[in-house]
Design a binder for this molecule. Structure first.
Ligand SMILES: Cc1cc2nc3c(=O)[nH]c(=O)nc-3n(C[C@H](O)[C@H](O)[C@H](O)COP(=O)(O)OP(=O)(O)OC[C@H]3O[C@@H](n4cnc5c(N)ncnc54)[C@H](O)[C@@H]3O)c2cc1C
Length: 490
């Protein structure tokens, strides 16, 4: 480590941080350090990419953690404000930078900004070095024999596996020589940082649930590998067990890299039983890459039905039903438990995400984009690619999606994946006294039991807002009547 120094004769290099708030396995930072030139670390508060909601709060925490880590090494994270291509180009010029390093982005806004920035910098005679860091494999690197992007996950995953392990992980740079700023450049940095976006109302457990440093991310990975990888196949669908890795927020903010997760899990797979669990886990991590590949090729993934026949779906527009779903007041305990977990903590177990998404789109016949936006506002792992792809998957509107006619029964899912109701009891305290056999269907409790446990149906806890059988029938009928369904082959 070394403190900021003036090196009048040596130009500095600049590292841009964006959703990669870490020092380890950070190719842009390592590349910058390898030049031997003094380094400027920069973050841009860009209105075009700044996020609100839980994810805005989470990314701001991660940015602060990075600033602290750099400060411990004697450096500074310089904050700029404005449109990235404009402010970085101006700052680089003022600071006399000769090369700008960044890790590549794959979302439409990020791609457009980086293309514009590269052009601006090159015009100014400043070099650009961009690196692969966010994914296991960059979106364009795995293609079908015909040279087109894969549309089916299993085929994509098979092809991905033939590529071998992703590249090795880089350690944190042993030494970072930080550059000091000339006055012209210093004048362009923010003196006062924008306020951290507040957590959404009701997200009272998020702060305690999600410690936010690079070390916390590594600890979460180590705990998962040591304690829970061995049960992943058996337990990953069980919200009551809560033994999945819980790495998604850390991956989202880049507090650790997918490569680090991959290598930690692969290395631990020392027995056939562990290897089987590791393979299952790695394929889930593969879905993350697959989602990013979809966003790369379908930039409007978050708002356009990838199956156009769904443009004719007669979605209901009921604010009351949507609000009941958002607030966890549907009368279906597993759905309500999931929505309340999301509300309080900013996270929800994957199995329950699938159940609540199916319930919203099929039983409540509500446009998947309403759910996608609610998740974007509430999740600490809200990710433009993973969220959009999964909503389209659940709604049957996406490529390689679960077909519309596969409608999860929230009661059956609850009995199967939360058999004793432990998860429900955590998040729906009104049902804590309900016996196990009625925890999934509290509306069936008879009057004497209700009296005994002090439960008033419809008052202590809502009665079901829709009849499952009826709602399912309507959903199937609407789908069968979609004008272009036959032409699309499904
Ligand atoms: C409707 C819906 C919306 C979702 N929105 C998001 C989102 O905004 N951000 C997000 O990170 N994940 C999203 N997911 C995927 C998944 O639910 C979460 O990644 C997972 O629950 C995170 O918990 P974990 O880290 O313990 O997962 P683990 O089971 O431990 O999996 C490890 C990692 O694999 C990746 N992964 C696992 N499942 C999926 C999947 N189905 N699709 C893509 N990647 C996956 C994640 O990066 C995850 O952290 C969504 C799923 C659904 C059904």
């Amino acid at each position: 480590m070394s403190a900021e120094k003036n090196h009048p004769s040596v130009s500095p290099v600049l590292v841009l941080f964006r959703d990669d708030f870490r020092l380890t396995d950070h190719p842009a930072l390592s590349g910058a350090c390898t030049t031997g030139q003094p380094v400027l670390c920069v973050y841009v508060h860009d209105p075009e990419t700044t996020r609100g909601g839980a994810i805005g709060w989470w990314l701001a925490q991660a940015c602060t953690a990075l600033a602290d880590a750099l400060s411990e090494k004697g450096g500074t994270l310089h904050h700029l404000s404005g449109h990235t291509p404009d402010v970085v180009a101006e700052f680089a010029q003022a600071a006399g930078v000769d090369t700008v390093f960044w890790n590549r982005r794959y979302d439409p806004t990020g791609k457009a900004q980086d293309t514009a920035l590269k052009a601006r910098l090159e015009q100014q005679g400043i070099n650009v070095q961009s690196c692969a860091a966010r994914l296991l494999h960059e979106p364009w690197t795995i293609r079908t024999g015909a040279g087109t992007p894969y549309r089916v996950f299993t085929a994509w995953w098979k092809a991905a596996r033939t590529m071998g392990d992703p590249g090795r992980c880089l350690p944190a740079p042993r030494q970072i020589t930080f550059a000091s700023l000339p006055a012209d450049a210093r004048a362009l940095t923010l003196r006062t940082l924008p306020p951290v976006p507040p957590l959404p109302a009701g997200a009272n457990a998020a702060e305690a649930d999600w410690p936010c440093t690079e070390a916390d991310a590594q600890d979460t990975l180590t705990t998962f590998v040591e304690d829970n990888l061995a049960h992943y196949i058996q337990e990953h669908d069980r919200p009551d067990k809560d033994t999945t890795s819980r790495l998604s927020p850390y991956l989202r903010a880049g507090l650790l890299s997918a490569r680090q997760v991959w290598h930690a899990v692969s290395t631990a797979a020392t027995t056939p039983a562990l290897a089987e669990n590791a393979e299952k886990f790695l394929s889930e991590l593969g879905w993350r890459d697959f989602a990013w590949m979809q966003l790369f090729y379908e930039p409007d993934l978050a708002w356009r039905n990838l199956r156009p026949e769904f443009d004719h779906m007669p979605w209901q527009k009921s604010p009351a039903l949507l609000a009941a779903w958002q607030q966890g007041q549907t009368g279906y305990p597993l759905v309500d438990a999931g929505m309340r977990q999301l509300y309080a903590t900013g996270w929800m177990h994957n199995r329950v995400r699938m159940v609540v998404a199916s319930f919203l789109t099929k039983h409540l016949l509500t446009d998947w984009r309403e759910g996608e936006q609610w998740f974007q506002a509430r999740l600490v792992d809200a990710d433009p690619a993973q969220n959009a792809m999964n909503w389209q998957w659940c709604a049957g509107t996406g490529i390689d999606a679960s077909p519309w006619f596969r409608i999860f029964n929230p009661v059956g899912q609850s009995e199967k994946f939360d058999p004793t109701g432990a998860y429900i009891r955590t998040w729906v305290p009104e049902l804590r006294q309900m016996p196990d056999k009625l925890i999934h269907t509290p509306w069936k409790a008879d009057a004497s039991l209700c009296r005994q446990i002090g439960f008033t149906p419809g008052k202590s806890y809502p009665n079901p807002i829709v009849d499952l059988k009826l709602a399912r029938g309507i959903a199937l009928e609407c789908w069968k009547n979609l004008p272009d369904r036959k032409e699309s082959g499904r």
